[in-house]
Design a protein around this ligand. Sequence first.
Ligand SMILES: *Cc1c(COP(=O)(O)O)cnc(C)c1O
Length: 368
Amino acid sequence: MTTIRTKSVHTAQMEERTIRAKVMPIYQTSAFAFSSLEELEGYYEGNGTYLYSRTANPNTDSLGQTVAVLEGAPKGIAASSGTSAILAGILSVVKHGDHILAAEDVYGGTFLLLKEELALMGIQVHFADFSDASAIESLLVDFPEIKLIFSESLTNPFLREENMEKLTGLSNQYGCKIMIDNTFATPYTVQPYTQGAHLVVHSATKYLGGHSDVTAGVLVGDEELIAAAEKRVVNMGLNLSPFEAWLTLRGIKTLALRMEAQTANAQAIADFLRERTIVWYPGKGAIVSFEVPETIEVSSFFSSLGWIKIVPTLAGVETTVSYPYGSSHRALSAEEKARIGVTRRIVRLSAGIEGIEDILGQLETAFK
Ligand SMILES: *Cc1c(COP(=O)(O)O)cnc(C)c1O
């Protein structure tokens, strides 16, 4: 190399490949190099894993495998968001002409994906009240085209716990797969795959990442379904970037510690709130929903929360509140909101890791 142009391009690429980093480095590369045509040919014959980062990357692979281990599933893949992981999972089971049965209280973004986007692909979705077993069963009887049951292990904002035993029974009887969104509960609390789900999906944007600095998704489950979902991720370009995968893995290292602290805080917050108002808290997880009492003006309650910020997400290390009526459930019609009970008085609180005295002190101020 003699010119500055060549030196500036190639010098950094000459480094030794024997550096042993303590943690996995970020493979911030769009593709991988081959030393010969034989090696390239070998890739296509199945020897050697990496070719192009949209098709596979060490950081995203590691994220998928790590979450699979935490969920007790054989295989996992990462995706660019919770939403794209849900899409890839759904399309690993259903195709044009098939139907899906979904819980009516799914996350707002999922509702839009199912209702608007899947319709464009010729996939019909039936929404039902999943707390009513007979409603689910009668749809399964009426629509043999239903190939997939979709629900969440812990719902938003009222934290209904999905009855996996009931869903597994129905899935066996009617021959359809079960996909569960485990974002709110996390594998620290519940592992739906070990209870009969075929696919488990996460918005890693929430607890897995845990620091509100990344948008990512992960799907784990049966080997054949994950292989099919992986094809959807590659062909539709739903892949996660290496850096986002690395950040998510960094967050996952403290998942159990965070959940332990956040769950303990959530329990204490629920106890505190129960003396003052109506509270929804199932005794697990770190989200607490409650009603602002009639004696307090809703907007002044929200503006009196000091360092507890109003944020349309959840699960970070900071305690935050969200306003389901005006954000997560905004897209629902007034009647839909009324039917599931999302009124202007509902607050969803995401417990952080702060000292509980400080959190309760701040809530006390807002109640005054
Ligand atoms: C946030 C969220 C999603 C969507 O995840 P993105 O990462 O925003 O695409 C899906 N399900 C649940 C339960 C969520 O909270």
